[in-house]
Design a binder for this molecule. Sequence first.
Ligand code: C5P
Length: 313
Amino acid sequence: MVPRKAGTDWEILAPAKLNLYLKVLGKRSDGFHDLETLMVPVQLCDQLRWCPENSGRPVQTESCLLTVDSRALNPGPSLDSLNSSGNLVLQAAHLVAARIGRPPHGHFQLTKRIPLQAGLGGGSSDAAATLRLINACWKAGLAESELAQLAAELGSDVPFFLHSGPAICRGRGERISTTAGLPKLHFVLVKPSFGLATAQVFQEFSSSTEQTPNTKDNSTDRLTRLIGALQAGALSTASRWMTNCLESVAARIAPEILRIKHLLADAGCRGQLMTGSGSTLFGIARSARHARWIARQLSAQRVGTVLVTSTSW
Ligand code: C5P
């Protein structure tokens, strides 16, 4: 995630993520959950551009503008939800402005390609990209530690995207450990026609009894085995250790999740799982070509949006 200058404008790519492993270790007193998760960034990405002007005219000082192009998304989200002041791009901009004591300014143009409410981290990645972009284009001069602190304020997954590269994330998601030696992985993604709200899935998880067996010791052991199998290129063994304890909760809200998971297995994936709090499922393929072949089989089955992507570091 490195900002690039283009004339007077700046631009940056904001990748999606997949959770190859996700355990909820318990509920915290602040209402969040303690997690242990392995996340990898992938090539599917949003694009964020900042320009000092809007159509040749300076954007009103003391304020910044956001426009969103979501034509690549199907079904298209409501533009209200993307353009509102709740958008994490604007939240990040205002947070930095408050931190450096200067008004926000300029025109942010966000091109959405990462589906929403999909467990792919699109909004969080946009927020991390905004922090990196602003630090360059506003010459904010924030240190890595300050950016990491702002990222954690913006959302649980934002620090992961700021970090770049595969990582184990613990705590709310903000305690990051780099994971080295993972090979390039190829994926087929299926985003059903519906999305799932993160808060609702966590709430369902809390009210279910499923959190009981998630002890930290078992979790870390299983995660170590998963990483070892991935490093050895043993995809079928790795898939035995892949898990997401939010998957069964999400499947109770939307049973279609399990049907899609079975379709991914039947289509020949080496392992398949829901990412994050859903609703997207991914399957691991042997190669980029294999991923495209599986995607063609699934596209004929009206499962939602089918995409292929690979890891991106
Ligand atoms: O941090 P973020 O805004 O992405 O979280 C969205 C919601 O997901 C939170 O309001 C919370 O309900 C839930 N969540 C959680 N524990 C986490 C991360 C998110 O309970 N570690």
